[in-house]
Structure formats: structure tokens, C-alpha cells
Design a protein around this ligand. Structure first.
Ligand SMILES: [Fe+2]
Length: 480
């Protein structure tokens, strides 16, 4: 539990603390004049651009009518490299609009936080803020006809127009009272989005949050935790929401030191996975022990006939134990976890030893037994700071096999999203879409792969004539 003193400090003296933080954040530090997440492939883009009628190699499937959107950190002002963390950069969205087999436009736009608006000489964007937190930089989704930029830990969602301009900071029309998450999961059966959410300033409470198909929050159920865990993502099954309470927790010491991302590996925090009945409350959560490790992203989860929950995850051995600049695990593998609510334990099996992240399923199968998982290769022996892997993986979880799509020397993919060929196409019949940075030419392609012909060359490459820095998450937003 957080000590009462720490709780009082957080609740009452936040402004004073933030003065110390800001002072320490601005101090140069000996030996830390560079930051890997501000150089090389990560060098921020300096301007917003609108490019029309993009060059295309191959043929864009005519059925793809909508926008590919991806968001990531892109500091608007030069940050102090000694205190900059990749996860704290100002959110920038890079989008490409496709229609009738053509690439209509590319746009990149900063999400207008107060800091971004000030740096660009603009009036603040409308809408309420949650304290000082208003940088949405982690995911961008379409829901209920709107486009939303999302982040965890407190800042509210930001609503954008189709051209990626910020309309308003918007807690779902005022229906959201607490935090949201960058990883809500759309239940294909109900059209509801489910998320596990947390607030940096409340170390003792997280929420199960549900947004209905009309875009209103209909549930914010509190769940008790300790130490302020960073819960990046969740999974949803027919009966449960899966809570990943793992040992990365809020660190006041790190915040006071002026670091921009105050979460650290915490050996005092017990690792556990919670199965919360969708309509249950705190007392109904079935907590199951797991060995200390960290998971940003599950691929999918579902219930087996024997009552266990199967969840496939990219697992890091530790996280934020060393580096102050970004993710720093020594080992990341793809695993199947069997969560047994009767025995209250988690059994881990390695599906693939190769380092990989950003797992995505065919999302029509969220919460259901599924066959295909798509993941991005990570470098051997070093983490996210060196994006130099050129491979995407397709796992056939039934056959226990893996196919590899290699984009070629120096061509580095980010996360890819699956788009079904038609609403009722069989699982895995569709396209995979994502950005590939060509480090040979400092350009980027939006690559479209036929998911059933995974190792073949992309069916289309939409050429963007500059480098789009590796970011976080991307999604397809079909035209309404
Ligand atoms: Fe994520």
C-alpha cells in the first residue's frame, strides 16, 4: 500500500511537487546528452504535411475504403535528452486515406495538447482536461463515427475529425468520470469497448470501464490494487475481463528526479492476473498468481471448455528496471498462458522464443477461440531503441507453425493490423496493413499484404516520401 504520507503528497501538494519535477526535468545531466529515442530512426518529424495522390506500387484492393491511422510520440519542442522517455512524447498521428484503389492523401498531425498548441502558437483546444495531463499519444481508433486519440494513466480521449485535426478533449461527452486506456477492446458480440484503466495519482484503485456502441460510458467499476500498477492493456472473454496486475508501478522517486515517465520495475509488487466477471465487482475478481514479468500486449483471450482462460501474450522478463528512456527488457517471447480460476494459478508455455511484440488477431475473434496471430519481430539482445528488424510473423496457433514476411534489408515494419476481406470472410482472410520505414532512403511505405498469401510480396505499397518514426499503435478506420 502507498504510505499515508505519499498519498497526502499526491493529493495535496501536487503543484509543489510539479515545480520540483519541472526544475529537475530541465537540468542537464552529466553523461546523458543523447537519447536513442530522439535520434536515428526515431528522429522526430518537424512539420505537419498534407500530401495528395500518393505514388503506389502494385494494386490497392478496391474494397479498402477508409483510413489507416497510426500514432506515436513526436516531441513538438526539443526535450531534454536526459529526462525524455519514449512514452512521454507529444502524440502525432500519421494517416493515409484509401478509396477506389487510390491513395487519396497522407496527413500527419500533432494531437493538440495544451503544450503542443502553445508551441504551435495556437489557442488551446476545447474540452476539459484531467489536471495537467492531456497528451494522447498511444493509440488511435474509430468508434461510433468518431476518431479518437487515446492514452493511459489519466489524460482523457481526444476527438479528431477525419482529416486528423483535433476537435476537442472529450471524456465521451462527459460520461467518463475516471481515466481511459489506450487499449479498449471492442467486443464483436455487443459492440461495447472494454478497458482496464488507471490514474497516475491514485495508487489504490483501477477501473473496469465499458463504453457502449453509442459512445457513452456505461460502467466504471473500481478494483482495489497496491502501489499504482501500470496496466497497459487487458483482454476480454465471454464471461471475464482479464486484468494484468504486474510489477511495474508508479515511482515517486523517479517523478521527483524529473524523469518524464515515472514507472519502474518493482520487486515488492506481487504479480497476478485477475479474472473479473464482466458485470462483477471488486470482490468477484479471481486473482491468479503468475511469476514476475511484464506484458504490454495480449493478442487475444478466450475460455476453454474446462473453464480455464487461454491468453496469448508477448512477455517481457522485466520492464523499466534499468533504462529511463524506454522499454528495456532482456528477453521478450510469445507465450500461451492458461489461467486456471479453480487452482488460481497461471501456467506459461512458450509459443515462440523469438523476440516479438505488437501481437494482433483478426479482431472479429476477440474473446473467442482463434487461429491466427500476427506479430512484429524485435531485435535480438536489444529492445525498442534499435528498430532494425525487417520481419513480420504470422502464427497458425492450431498447427503450431509460423510464417515469416521479410520486407528486405533496411526495411523496418511497425505494428500491422488485420482487415477482413468481407464482414463474413473466414478467419484470417483479408489484408494486413502497416508502415514500413525504408532506412536506405529515409522514406516510408504503407504496406498492404494479403494475409492468406503472407510470404508473397505486398499487394500494394503506398509511398510516403519521408520517414515516419516508429510509433505505437495503428488501426484501420473504414469509411462510414
Ligand atoms: Fe500498447
Amino acid at each position: 500500500m502507498a504510505s499515508p504520507v505519499e498519498t497526502v503528497i499526491r493529493k495535496s501538494v501536487t503543484q509543489g511537487i510539479m515545480k520540483i519535477v519541472e526544475f529537475n526535468r530541465s537540468r542537464p545531466r552529466m553523461g546523458q546528452k543523447t537519447n536513442t529515442f530522439l535520434t536515428g530512426i526515431h528522429t522526430p518529424v518537424e512539420a505537419e504535411m498534407t500530401l495528395e495522390n500518393l505514388a503506389v506500387t502494385g494494386e490497392i484492393p478496391a474494397a479498402l475504403n477508409g483510413r489507416y491511422l497510426r500514432i506515436g510520440p513526436n516531441p513538438v519542442a526539443k526535450p531534454n535528452p536526459a529526462t525524455y522517455h519514449w512514452f512521454s512524447g507529444d502524440g502525432m498521428i500519421h494517416g493515409v486515406s484509401l478509396k477506389d484503389g487510390k491513395a487519396l492523401w497522407y496527413r500527419n498531425r500533432w494531437v493538440r495538447s495544451n503544450a503542443v498548441s502553445a508551441a504551435l502558437g495556437e489557442a488551446p483546444a476545447p474540452g476539459p482536461r484531467r489536471g495537467t495531463q492531456d497528451n494522447a499519444n498511444t493509440n488511435v481508433i474509430g468508434h461510433n463515427g468518431n476518431t479518437w486519440a487515446l492514452v493511459e494513466a489519466g489524460a482523457w480521449p481526444v476527438r479528431l475529425n477525419d482529416e486528423l485535426d483535433t476537435l476537442a478533449h472529450d471524456p465521451f461527452g462527459g460520461t467518463l468520470k475516471n481515466s481511459f486506456s489506450a487499449h479498449p477492446h471492442l467486443d464483436p458480440e455487443t459492440g461495447e469497448m472494454h478497458a482496464i484503466t488507471y490514474y497516475a495519482l491514485d495508487p489504490a484503485t483501477i477501473h473496469h470501464t465499458v463504453v457502449d456502441a453509442s459512445g457513452k460510458v456505461i460502467r466504471e467499476e473500481p478494483i482495489k490494487v497496491e502501489h499504482g500498477p501500470s496496466i497497459h492493456d487487458c483482454a476480454v472473454t465471454k464471461q471475464y475481463v482479464v486484468i494484468m496486475d504486474l510489477p511495474v508501478t508508479f515511482s515517486m522517486k523517479t517523478l521527483l528526479a524529473g524523469q518524464s515517465f515515472p514507472y519502474r520495475w518493482n520487486t515488492a509488487h506481487k504479480a497476478r492476473i485477475g479474472l473479473m466477471p464482466r458485470h462483477g465487482s471488486n470482490d468477484d475478481v479471481i486473482w491468479c498468481d503468475v511469476e514476475p514479468c511484464y506484458v504490454f500486449h495480449p493478442c487475444n483471450a478466450y475460455e476453454a471448455d474446462d473453464g480455464t482462460v487461454i491468453m496469448d501474450v508477448s512477455v517481457h522478463d522485466t520492464m523499466f528496471a534499468d533504462s529511463m528512456q524506454g522499454p528495456d527488457s532482456e528477453k521478450v517471447t510469445f507465450e500461451r498462458w492458461i489461467i486456471d480460476p479453480a487452482a488460481r494459478k497461471v501456467t506459461r508455455t512458450t509459443l515462440d522464443e523469438a523476440p516479438q511484440e505488437f501481437p494482433r488477431p483478426d479482431e472479429r475473434f476477440i474473446g473467442k477461440k482463434y487461429r491466427y496471430a500476427y506479430t512484429m519481430a524485435l531485435p535480438e539482445n536489444h529492445g525498442f531503441e534499435v528498430f532494425d528488424q525487417t520481419k513480420l510473423y504470422k502464427h497458425d496457433l492450431d498447427a503450431g507453425t509460423r510464417e515469416v514476411h521479410d520486407f528486405g534489408p533496411g526495411r523496418v515494419p511497425g505494428e500491422f493490423v488485420f482487415i477482413p476481406r468481407t464482414d463474413d470472410a473466414p478467419e484470417g482472410d483479408g489484408w494486413l496493413m502497416g508502415y514500413v520505414v525504408d532506412t536506405n532512403t529515409d522514406t516510408t511505405d504503407l504496406a498492404i499484404i494479403d494475409a492468406m498469401n503472407f510470404t508473397a510480396p505486398p499487394v500494394a505499397l503506398v509511398h510516403v516520401p519521408h520517414r515516419i518514426p516508429p510509433g505505437f499503435h495503428g488501426n484501420w478506420a473504414p469509411a462510414e
